[in-house]
Design a protein around this ligand. Sequence first.
Ligand code: DP6
Length: 332
Amino acid sequence: CDGGATAVAHPNIALIKYWGKRDERLFLPWTDSLSMTLDIFPTTTRVRLDAAAGQDTVTLDGVPAYGQTLRRVTAFLGLVRERAGLRQRAVVQSRNTVPTGAGLASSAGGFAALAVAAAAAYGLGLDARGLSRLARRGSGSASRSVFGGFALWHAGDAAGTDAEADLASYAEPVPTAGLDAALVVAVLDAGPKEVSSRAAMRRTVATSPLYRPWARSSGEDLAEMRAALLRGDLPAVGEIAERNALGMHATMLAARPAVRYLSPATLTVLDSVLQLRREGVAAYATMDAGPNVKVLCARADAQRVAGVVRAAAPGRAVHIAGPGPGARLTGG
Ligand code: DP6
């Protein structure tokens, strides 16, 4: 044993979106967000310390990381080292089964797994809430993947010192009652996106006249969403999620210059979701920083929904996901 630690984490899909930071360095969002962690596309990450190395080594799916990705991971490890009071560099090996950069939240599972593995390798001794805060510093949405099922990420209080603000912004599980939900994931474009979500949310906050109204209404959506989850009311959960996501995309379309992630294929799938609803199936769509569509429905309807989505998106991969587990250590 070399003191290394291995962790696995899954992506999450926000039903109430995170879009916009009030503090970029600390990854503090303007709004609360709420997500479902998936049971597909796990990321497995191993971190071990290397006393002899002068720099961190990062390998993603067997390929050495470079550029922006390497800088993000190294900056994150620097934060872990600072907290641990250690200087040893790390060797990071990660296997990611999500198509990277395709708006499928690969950074969420990725940084959640890295946070859990790095915290263990550097001996930080954090509880789940502390791990969520730490994961947040790698990618905001990663704070939610520390938890399984449905998770709420608190924006935290805008006032106070940096340390207080950092402490107040973490995710935690949210209670649901008998909600047997599935997400049908249509991968409409697995290529990297043209504008990163980080740059796009920065531009939206800075230039979109629709940003503040959306942020305000998102707070109302969240309150209604929590009540709908507690009732196990899938149609209400879906309706709120769909309007929250469409509102987020409206803020981007109104940014200057506009950010448009939705493609013709996205709209074709959205039409098929509307058709399903006309036929009495509770199916609702949500989209993130890419053209892919995730359709929320009851688990019992997932095969039918997937069939309709496949017909609307011929030749594209369609996956069925259920609620998945939180990030956890799996070994040394
Ligand atoms: C549209 O968490 O990827 O998926 O914090 O800059 O790393 P950074 O952004 P990221 O943004 C996710 C945005 C979203 C909505 C969501 O997951 O809530």
